[in-house]
Design a protein. Structure first.
Length: 397
């Protein structure tokens, strides 16, 4: 018969260790938990290519694994238990904790790992997480190096500048808060950018779900599910969403008496499955000006090559007063000319069309350009794709 109690079986099941019927003299539940904890560290090394490390810039779960590995190295009983399975040489490594690092015991306490007697039990948990919570935590922890981070670094720098200047603000991430491509969040003290979101679907529990590509400001990225990201933000006491700069009427907070309505500047995002569009969806926007109703203007987008023969979503609109629409549209397109999308689309008859109003520009830069038009300081500015920012033109305006 099994030597484990029902309580032991339940705990082992949550730790991913199957409780099997064993002969007399087999491992104790505590030994099984230590081995399971070491195997988690080994899986981390297999995924990330290095042993877990200390440091406030590290993911919270990597820091947990680093503390756990230190304890296993220090405690002779634990070390002897896992040494035969140490195929990666983890027990021979080790190094000093980074200066200013949180005390190991404090970190263990925060993560729900407590002391047992006079020695630290590296796998005893204060509480047991649900399988959904564990999946969310694992997805957040499984990050990899972002190979094209050079394209995102200037965007993060701009967002930080806007936070410092007060142009952007952060808000607590609440249960009703949404995840959307092109938006910024704060998770574990790091800014996170949702670079792309696959087509949403309904999961087996009836919830809307989607696969995300999330870029972090430390140069890593994670391909995780939207609900895992939401849950991590909700559970993080410091989880925040970084709000977009507010969009409103172009030349005033509201129209004044005698103002003549001119139209609307609209910013759209494509839902096309074209590979070029899909790869750049978070920063690809159509910027146009219309004197009519925007929803009516885009009603038949999937039939119009101007809209890439696909449905679109409205990202932002700005009301116009006392201004020539055509001149304003020309000015906006001149500002972002260096980032115009070069793409050819076939219309319904197979004729090639080259749309001219799609630009590879983050939404917050469009907001900044509109603000500069509004206050009259836009003269001489143009968009610089290398820095993802507006800069002074060196040639004629």
């Amino acid at each position: 018969m099994s030597k484990f109690t029902d309580e032991d079986d339940a705990l082992l099941a949550e730790l991913g260790v199957e409780a099997e019927v064993r002969k007399a003299g087999s491992r104790t539940p505590r030994e099984e938990r230590i081995i399971a904890g070491f195997e988690e560290i080994q899986r981390f090394v297999e995924v990330h290519g290095h042993a877990p490390q200390h440091g406030e810039d590290r993911d919270i779960f990597e820091r947990l694994y680093a503390v756990r590995l230190d304890r296993i190295r220090e405690l002779g009983e634990c070390r002897a238990l896992v040494e035969p399975m140490d195929r990666q040489g983890l027990l021979t490594g080790g190094g000093p904790v980074a200066v200013g690092e949180i005390d190991d015991d404090d970190l263990l306490a925060q993560l729900g790992v407590e002391e047992s007697g006079t020695e630290v039990d590296v796998t005893t948990l204060r509480h047991v997480r649900s399988s959904e919570e564990k999946r969310a935590a694992q997805e957040i922890a499984n990050r990899q190096r972002c190979e094209d981070f050079q394209h995102f670094r200037p965007i993060f720098e701009r967002v930080q500048d806007e936070l410092s200047s007060g142009l952007r603000q952060t808000r607590r991430f609440e249960r009703k808060s949404e995840i959307a491509a092109g938006r910024f969040y704060v998770l574990g003290g790091q800014k996170a950018y949702v670079a792309s979101m696959d087509e949403p679907y309904i999961n087996e529990h009836g919830y809307t779900e989607a696969r995300l590509r999330v870029i972090f400001d430390n140069g890593t990225e994670s391909n995780l599910l939207m609900r895992s990201f939401q849950k991590a933000l909700q559970q993080d006491p410091a989880g925040r969403r970084i709000v977009e700069p507010s969009a409103g009427p172009l030349f005033a907070d509201k129209s004044e008496e005698g103002d003549e309505p001119s139209g609307v500047v609209y910013v759209l995002r494509s839902k096309s499955d074209n590979p070029i569009v899909a790869a750049n969806r978070a920063i690809l926007h159509k910027i146009g000006v219309t004197g009519g109703d925007v929803p009516r203007r885009i009603a038949n987008a999937r039939l119009d090559p101007t809209f890439l023969m696909a449905d679109v979503e409205i990202v932002a609109t700005y009301e116009l007063y006392n201004i020539a629409r055509s001149k304003l549209e020309g000015l906006i397109h001149r500002i972002f000319g260096a980032a115009r999308l070069d793409i050819e689309i076939k219309d319904r008859l197979g004729n090639p069309i080259v749309p001219r109003e799609w630009f590879l520009v983050p939404l917050f830069v469009i907001d900044e350009a509109i603000e500069k038009i509004r206050d009259g300081t836009i003269t001489g500015y143009a968009y610089d794709p290398s820095t993802a920012s507006l800069s002074r033109r060196t040639g004629p305006a």
